[in-house]
Design a protein around this ligand. Sequence first.
Ligand SMILES: [Zn+2]
Length: 150
Amino acid sequence: MNDKFSLGEFLKKYSNDDKCLEEIKDLRWPKGITCPECGKKTKFYKVTGRKAYACEFGGHQVFPLAGTIFEKTTTPLNLWFYAMFLMIKTRCGVSAKQLERELGVTYKTAWRIAKQIRILMADTDSLPLNGDVEVDETFIGGKGKNRKRW
Ligand SMILES: [Zn+2]
């Protein structure tokens, strides 16, 4: 996701929670997932009704959100992504009050989302100076970098 990304492209790419979860999974395991249980690098299938993927052989489950800012959230992922989209577009020029209105969440939730995204954006050296703002593993706060925030 960068600041050239249009709202239309955004809505198409991240139209629902599953697509956002898929994106986070791909960011965390860009080369595919090696199952910690059977040791095979294999396809993992989305587990219905859970934010998890299961190994096609033993059914071992992985949780893409573990250790990220999304881990304990009850706010739909596509709203988080939309908040990121707005903040990237405006270089963090969106207030919690605006997010509350745009996302249809409580002020408290909007405030927390804005705060988390700001922390991550401030952590990324390339922000907000250049135009190519990637939502990469650093951005979502990957486990490997010990960036758990809540
Ligand atoms: Zn397995």
